[in-house]
Ligand binder design. Sequence first.
Ligand code: PEP
Length: 220
Amino acid sequence: MEKLYIVANFKSNMTNNEAKNWLDVFISHKQELKNMGDKEVILAPTFTFLLSFNSVFSGTNIKLSAQNLSPFDEGAFTGEVNGKQIKDFADYVIIGHSERRNNFGETDEMLTKKVNLALKYGLTPIFCVQGKDTNIPQGVNVVAYEPVFAIGTGTPDTPENADKVCEDIIANHDNLSVLYGGSVTSDNVANFTKSDKIKGVLVGGASLDPMEFLNIIKNA
Ligand code: PEP
């Protein structure tokens, strides 16, 4: 069965207590979360919560993702978290988010290194592209089309344009699932996921409210 990916990107948000509260609400709906059919729900909290989220979701159908990984392997790279370490807690890793490209100067070359290290350790990259011309490294199977104008602005792309861009991306690559990201909410998610070109959504701001994220999962 083809998966419909629904990814929550918490970005650099939540204290430990806030994350616990989020989990309490989310888990109180575990019965609904057990029966999601083809929906692959992936939570990408900050690194500091990966251990506690892993102990809650280990053995369930909810998957975890890191938001980033080091462009280096293990070793003397102070402050970095590498792919081997992440694999203890997560199955996915977001790579190439525009916030990292723009605020941290991540280049295509660096992103290719990150993809290679993710694959080396058995992590599935969720590779963010800003349009159809963004370079996609070899070995990537899940891409999120995230136009910069739509991220965190409350102004999503039109479903028609998102559909067209996703179609163009797929046309140039084999074995690619393309998701849409940018101001997705429970009200608009179905406008994107109804397209057979769009295989899921990457959700930022709206995922910080667990009830809203649960509704996104339900409506997708
Ligand atoms: C994102 O950060 O990937 C994103 C899509 O954010 P938002 O949903 O807040 O636009």
